[in-house]
Design a protein around this ligand. Structure first.
Ligand code: ATP
Length: 135
């Protein structure tokens, strides 16, 4: 089992962001980070708005992942998420603007809902900036 690869798909409602064979996959679950190697027992986790790392032939690629779910079984892994971008495809200027806009919204927030929306936008922008900085 250990010489096998993980067949990974990163899927959003819009498209398949990545599909291919990886040596390992790690991501941020709700109770912390986890890493999966080929041959791992079946595993499932909800995902935080953060990043996922995919290791392929010694090269590590970081994706931003906007929450969702991770599932692993029989060396098949799926990340199902609202949006995901490869770090090298991320428009960092856009993410910085989104963060500034959300911080302004947070400081003007009137309701708990406003606070929640602004914090979620900040988390998305921070995940994108983190992924962009790793590639
Ligand atoms: P913005 O305010 O800049 O639109 P957002 O957090 O509201 O950011 P989302 O709703 O999460 O954006 O994503 C909308 C679409 O835009 C998705 O397809 C996502 O992949 C893409 N996207 C968002 N921000 C970026 C970025 N900084 N670089 C590249 N693609 C991005």
């Amino acid at each position: 089992m250990s010489d096998k690869k993980i067949h990974l798909k990163i899927i959003t409602p819009e498209k398949i962001v990545f599909e291919g064979d990886a040596d390992s996959v790690s991501a941020m679950g709700l109770s912390g980070s986890f890493g999966i190697l080929p041959g791992h027992i079946p595993f499932m986790s909800a995902l935080q708005v953060d990043t996922a790392k995919v290791s392929i032939d010694g090269k590590e690629i970081t994706y931003s992942v906007m929450g969702g779910a991770f599932q692993f079984k029989d060396n098949e892994a799926i990340i199902l998420t609202e949006a995901a971008e490869c770090g090298s495809d991320i428009d960092t200027a856009r993410a910085k603007l989104a963060k500034e806009r959300a911080e302004a919204q947070l400081s003007n927030a009137q309701t708990q809902r406003d606070i929640k929306i602004a914090n979620a936008a900040i988390a998305r922008a921070m995940a994108r900036l983190k992924a962009a900085s790793k590639n």
